[in-house]
Write a protein that binds this ligand. Structure first.
Ligand SMILES: Nc1ncnc2c1ncn2[C@@H]1O[C@H](COP(=O)(O)OP(=O)(O)OP(=O)(O)O)[C@@H](O)[C@H]1O
Length: 235
């Protein structure tokens, strides 16, 4: 459903992505590993249109996303969370979740129903009238995830969903990601430094090293790949 082909992105003289290709089938989780600065966030930024790739192609269900602005890519069904959640701090949780619908055609009742359902799924319904800024960092990550899912995306890009999250919230996030392919019908690109969670959740894993694909395969293969151990896991 997502196909990235020979993608490059340069910043001045720095090649952040040096020809990355990967594929995520329908309803599959692809884990993306790599040391700091290996290009993971740059790849997510290219996919959702925050960065314009220098060359290569990105296709969602057979149609190129190149040249589209972020809101059009979101409208095609690509959701995104960030390392540091980007909520509207002085809006309530319900208002934050309804925000993606300001230009859509869902009825108010439908938006409320979906928002309430997702606030329940992230176990924050009781705080629905609180401002986003009143929540802890981990709770804000859950609200951002819920806001993304209310829009019923086909593909979600998760950037470090467990960073700065306490173990019980991390478990909840793992359960939510686990349910995404079958219950929510979407594919997932999961960027995380939490190897255990990536191994547990991913159908397939890509390891980036200095902007290139160093290895690709299932958890067992990646764990035992000598190049990966040397470049990343052994570090
Ligand atoms: N907007 C930018 N301008 C200049 N350089 C950038 C920009 N964004 C990323 N880079 C550079 O591109 C390289 C890849 O960065 P990126 O953030 O994609 O790595 P990452 O794998 O996500 O790292 P981390 O695990 O630390 O989040 C780094 O050298 C970074 O400094």
């Amino acid at each position: 459903m997502l196909r990235v082909t020979d993608l490059t992105k340069t910043f001045g003289g720095l090649k952040a992505l040096g020809g990355v290709s990967l594929h995520i089938p329908e309803k599959r989780v692809l884990g993306l590993l790599g040391m700091n600065g290996s290009g993971k966030t740059t790849l997510l930024n290219c996919i959702n249109g925050l960065y314009e790739p220098s060359s290569g192609d990105i296709q969602l269900q057979g149609t190129s996303l190149l040249g589209l602005p972020t809101h059009k890519i979101a409208a095609r069904g690509v959701g995104r969370t960030f390392q540091v959640p980007k909520l509207f701090p002085r809006m309530t949780l319900l208002e934050n979740l309804a925000a993606p619908f300001t230009t859509g055609d869902a009825s108010d009742a439908e938006v409320y129903e979906r928002s309430a359902e997702w606030l329940n799924r992230v176990e924050l319904y009781r705080l629905r009238h609180n401002y986003a800024e009143e929540l802890s960092g981990g709770q804000q990550k859950l609200v951002e995830l819920a806001r993304m899912m209310v829009a019923q995306p086909k593909l979600v890009l998760l950037d470090e969903p467990f960073a700065g999250v306490n173990p019980s919230l991390a478990l909840l996030i793992i359960r939510l990601i686990e349910a995404m392919p079958e219950r929510d019908g979407c594919s997932v690109l999961l960027v995380s430094h939490d190897l255990t969670s990536v191994y547990q959740l991913s159908h397939n894993i890509v390891v980036l090293h200095e902007g290139r694909v160093l290895a690709e395969g299932g958890a067992a293969e990646i764990r035992s790949n000598p190049d990966v151990i040397e470049a990343y896991l052994g570090a």
